[in-house]
Design a protein around this ligand. Structure first.
Ligand code: C2E
Ligand code: MG
Ligand code: MG
Ligand code: MG
Length: 284
């Protein structure tokens, strides 16, 4: 009996080991396939930019964030949470990021051509893009080529951009601001940048991460964090955007505490460009 029990334990262990190993391999294979497919995605017109409106406390549209979507021919919609890290690692993010930026410039010009209200459009920049020496010349090149007013562009950065070289980071942000674009810190509260560092950065806006907004109804501690971020932003003369607002209770709590701008499924999901333009048309 003892031998039999030992045999079972061993074979179960071995089976688990094989299962584990093949699971790891299949993720690596899957990512490699995604990377290969992503290489063609731009040329095959599989990438699309959606726009999620941002609102003020009167629930008027005051801007939008560009969010990329990948319509994979076999897999359907692939989430950016899945493919952006692959794009960053393979540096495909450079071409993809420029393409997204161009789409935003095109939208702004289309709004202007159609005499619609022009609202600022926010573009996410990953740390890989931000940390390239040619970042500014490329962005300015696209603005110039498309004749776009940089005042309508906002760049969303995450705390990770500030982790490598502080001086270069501040210099680059300052140059971006001098070119007329504005800067927002995305997912604020999830990274670990120090407050003394934060006050040196030329930011216009803090975006409170959705995890704090989501937990507003759950208790005092998230409420305290949300209030603290808003007080911090006020003290540093920055505006505050709350991300991931899903319920009227969250909206009301934020509004009562002086939040400037709101983004989330309660007000609008990310939508295709034509739908976003229709909303601005209705607003006219
Ligand atoms: P992010 O910049 O923090 O964007 C906000 C994310 O929250 C988006 O997810 C948006 O669809 C989602 N969201 C908005 N409102 C709600 C809500 O009420 N509830 C919930 N549960 N989610 C909400 P998405 O579009 O999947 O994008 C995920 C992340 O991928 C973005 O986070 C951003 O970091 C990155 N990303 C997306 N597009 C681009 C891009 O063009 N370039 C770069 N570098 N990164 C991008
Ligand atoms: Mg963002
Ligand atoms: Mg965010
Ligand atoms: Mg995020």
């Amino acid at each position: 009996h003892a031998d039999a029990a030992m045999y079972h334990a061993k074979s179960a262990g071995r089976a688990n080991f094989h299962f584990y190993q093949s699971a790891m391999t299949s993720t690596a294979v899957e990512n490699l396939k995604l990377e290969n497919d992503l290489r063609q995605a731009l040329d095959n017109n599989e990438l699309v930019v959606y726009f999620q409106p941002k609102f003020d406390s009167e629930q008027e549209i005051v801007g939008a964030e560009a969010l990329i979507r990948w319509m994979h021919p076999e897999l359907g919609m692939v989430s950016p949470a899945k493919f952006i890290p692959i794009a960053e690692q393979s540096l495909l993010i450079i071409d993809i990021g420029r393409w997204v930026f161009e789409q935003c410039c095109d939208l702004i010009n289309e709004l202007s051509d159609k005499n619609l209200t022009i609202v600022p459009i926010a573009v996410n920049l990953s740390a890989v893009e931000f940390n390239r020496d040619d970042l500014i010349s490329h962005l300015l090149g696209i603005l110039d080529k498309t004749q776009t007013n940089p005042n309508y562009i906002e760049l969303e950065l995450t705390e990770s951009v500030a982790l490598t070289n502080k001086d270069i980071c501040i210099q680059r942000m300052t140059a971006l601001r001098e070119s007329g674009m504005s800067l927002a810190m995305d997912d604020f509260g999830t990274g670990f940048s120090s407050l003394s560092y934060l006050q040196e950065l030329p930011l216009n806006t803090l975006k409170i991460d959705q995890q704090f907004v989501r937990n507003i109804e759950l208790g005092e501690s998230s409420q305290a964090i949300v209030k603290a971020v808003m007080a911090l932003a006020k003290g540093l003369s920055m505006s505050v955007v709350a991300e991931g607002v899903e319920t009227p209770e969250q909206f009301n709590f934020l509004a009562e505490n002086g939040c400037d701008f709101y983004q989330g499924y309660l007000l609008s999901k990310p939508i295709p460009k034509v739908d976003f333009m229709a909303k601005l048309e209705a607003k006219k």
